[in-house]
Design a protein around this ligand. Structure first.
Ligand code: T6T
Length: 315
């Protein structure tokens, strides 16, 4: 099994070491396919998966495409169908493009658990585990609303259309904006998960609309680029930026007043729940069709209290 070691709890990061997550010949073999490699959200999820697998004597192999892109994720799934792990925990990179490859995995007898993102037709999965993404998008707007009760223009910087999580975040945000007539939505722009593209979008948007009061960056990479764009425009503190996710760089941006709020998900819990559901399916026990995990809105006021534990692990 290929184990990508990340800095999990305790800082040792050796989930696959002596005895590690290895369960021996009789333990189940779980494959985890991330949405993209090197993303702190999926690294934290991996930590939860490895911890839960270790307790159950199961082995874990982790792989992720170089980009958040179904054309790169599909071959990983195809290869797994051939090697046939007992279970597949996967964050599909597109609601339609990943449908057939994941269906093929289920058809091959692999127990599929959809973690984080989902599919248009998730019926082949034994369980789907995700945050309340729509609620998180609405919470992001509330943070902007609180900072700007007078209203104004707001923008969403997302990833790509067709990703269940960021689409739901955008929808939740836009619905909440529509309920307050003092606010005007400039719509959703797509950064293709590239921070440089997110920075370019923000720079151009601030040039065209210097009176923007709030920007919602719908994931880690959108938030990274948005923070850069805001700094380059010299608008920090003036424009309220809310990012989804809480990687170490996002928390630093919060502490430095470049970003005003973070909607932190619980990726390790998603991972642990994913393992539990996969193992239940493998044991012939009942599974939960859908599990919704929580989120915490982190601000400078609560980061050192209830926010600190929500910060993601990095490599
Ligand atoms: O926001 C998470 C994840 O929930 C989303 O599906 C894709 O982006 C992240 O991995 C953060 O980069």
């Amino acid at each position: 099994a290929t184990l990508i070691l990340a800095g999990c709890a305790g800082g040792g990061g050796d989930a696959g070491g002596d005895g590690g997550s290895g369960g021996g010949d009789d333990g189940y073999n779980i494959a985890f396919v991330q949405g993209v490699a090197g993303d702190e959200f999926y690294i934290s999820m991996q930590c939860g998966i490895e911890e839960a697998a270790k307790e159950a004597g199961a082995t874990v192999q982790v792989q992720g495409p170089e980009k958040f892109d179904p054309t790169l994720q599909k071959p990983i799934v195809d290869a797994l169908v051939a090697s046939k792990p007992d279970a597949l925990l996967i964050a599909p990179t597109d609601v339609t493009a990943m449908q057939a490859p994941i269906q093929a995995a289920a058809d091959a007898g692999i127990k599929v658990v959809l973690v984080d993102t989902t599919l248009e037709d998730p019926s082949m999965a034994v369980s789907q585990i995700a945050s309340d993404n729509e609620g998180g998008g609405a919470a992001a707007f509330e943070a902007i609303q609180k900072a700007h009760p007078e209203g104004g223009k707001v923008l969403v910087v997302s990833i790509d259309p067709g990703i269940s999580t960021s689409d739901a975040r955008g929808e939740g945000f836009e619905k909440a904006v529509a309920e307050d007539s003092k606010f005007e939505s400039l719509g959703i722009e797509y950064s293709h998960n590239e921070p440089a593209e997110a920075a370019r979008i923000v720079t151009a948007a601030l040039q065209a609309n210097p009176d923007i009061v709030g920007i919602f960056a719908a994931n880690l990479f959108a938030a990274e680029g948005t923070a850069t764009g805001i700094q380059q425009a010299g608008k920090q503190g003036e424009v309220t930026v809310v990012g989804f996710d809480a990687g170490p760089a996002q928390v630093e941006a919060l502490r430095n007043d470049v970003v005003q709020a973070l909607v932190a998900q619980e990726p390790a819990t998603i991972g642990k729940d994913g393992v539990a559901q996969a193992l239940a399916a493998l044991e012939g026990d009942a599974t939960e069709e859908k599990i919704q995990t929580g989120f915490t809105v982190i601000t400078k006021e609560n980061i050192d209290t209830d926010g600190a534990d929500a910060v993601y692990k990095s490599t």
